[in-house]
Design a protein around this ligand. Structure first.
Ligand code: DON
Length: 326
């Protein structure tokens, strides 16, 4: 389907109205502060790789980014250490398990499976460089600032709530510390992980972050580079295979683009070189993903043929080159 800017905005508005009445799912409550979110909050935002923004619903409503942060911290680890060093600490294998599954460290390498599950994300966060907690936090916040285009802040109540209820994450970090997969800054790195999850964003910010990935690492609204383009491939591959946890296979089958969900109800999805999509609605399904978010992404993918294997995409370029060569 083709769409003018006006009709695309109308489609987003109609998706908003269509799914506003869908009240299936539950707000996350395993972190007490998250349970305070309003289940009615709902917004959809699309930012294009050339910097246009389409938005509907509660676009300015702030919430904590949660697991969506894992994508960007993975990018920072790649930038700071390079592909091989990061791969030595965190794998790229989907697990088919929930986000908080107790880790199965690889028998030989002792690595967590991938950077999207909590264990892998904690290992990734532990790689952030810097002298001491403040320098490492500032480095991380600065990275997020490049993606959203303005300063970002931590929600202190959520951070404290995460930290005081995060026994499972602490246990996984201890096990990884035992195997030498994270260094002796374990408590500092765990705090950093809880802080990254507690960073405040709105739906517009999430879509801008997604559009930055779609735009090969350059924020399309500010022109600032957030991550080297050579790592976009790594980030999007891991999002595609692992970003939706134990729903990743179904998501790849029905929506077919790299994505990441978080327990506060955000979902980002990336159509490389085209758009970043974000949906925010705190009502979650049994996999911990936004019910309305999945519906909206499924519809957008179907209506605009966004599935990676719908259009022939990259393959054609190769065929064209082969034709030229003969
Ligand atoms: O580690 C945790 O429990 C959270 N702060 C992050 C969880 C999250 O968003 C998982 N994703 N769906």
């Amino acid at each position: 389907m083709s769409a003018s800017s006006e009709s695309f905005q109308a489609i987003l508005d109609s998706l908003y109205h269509k799914y506003k009445g869908l009240t299936d799912g539950k707000v996350a409550s395993y972190i007490p502060e998250l349970a305070k979110m309003n289940p009615n909050w709902f917004s959809i935002c699309v930012v294009t790789a050339d910097g246009r923004t389409f938005v509907t619903g509660d676009a300015e409503q702030l919430f904590t980014i949660q697991s969506i942060s894992k994508v960007f911290v993975y990018g920072l680890a790649l930038e700071e250490h390079g592909r091989e060093a990061v791969l030595a600490k965190v794998g790229v294998e989907p697990t088919g398990d929930p986000f908080n599954s107790i880790i199965r460290l690889d028998e030989y390498s002792k690595r967590p499976d991938n950077p999207m599950i909590n264990a892998g994300a904690i290992a990734t966060t532990s790689l952030i460089k810097g002298k001491g907690a403040t320098e490492r936090l500032n480095r991380m916040l600065d990275m997020f600032r490049c993606y959203v285009g303005h300063d970002v802040y931590i929600d202190m109540s959520v951070f404290v709530s995460e930290r005081s209820s995060g026994h499972r994450n602490r246990a996984m970090a201890s096990l990884m510390r035992h195997f030498g997969m994270i260094d002796d800054r374990m408590d500092e790195s765990l705090d950093l992980y809880f802080q990254q999850c507690s960073m405040m964003v709105n739906c517009r910010d999430l879509a801008t972050m997604a559009a930055t990935l779609a735009n090969r690492g350059i924020n399309p609204l500010t022109g600032e580079r957030a991550v080297p383009s050579r790592y976009i491939r790594d980030i999007l591959s891991v999002m595609y295979t692992c970003g939706m946890y134990n729903f990743a296979g179904q998501w790849a089958y029905t929506v077919g683009i790299p994505a990441k969900s978080g327990v506060s109800g955000g979902i980002i999805a990336i159509v490389p070189r085209q758009v970043g999509i974000a949906v925010f609605s705190p009502l979650l399904d049994a996999h911990g993903s936004s019910v309305r978010g999945i519906k909206v992404c499924e519809e957008l993918s179907r209506q605009f043929e966004l599935h990676m294997f719908d259009p022939p995409m990259g393959c054609l370029h190769l065929l064209e080159q082969l034709d030229d060569a003969t």
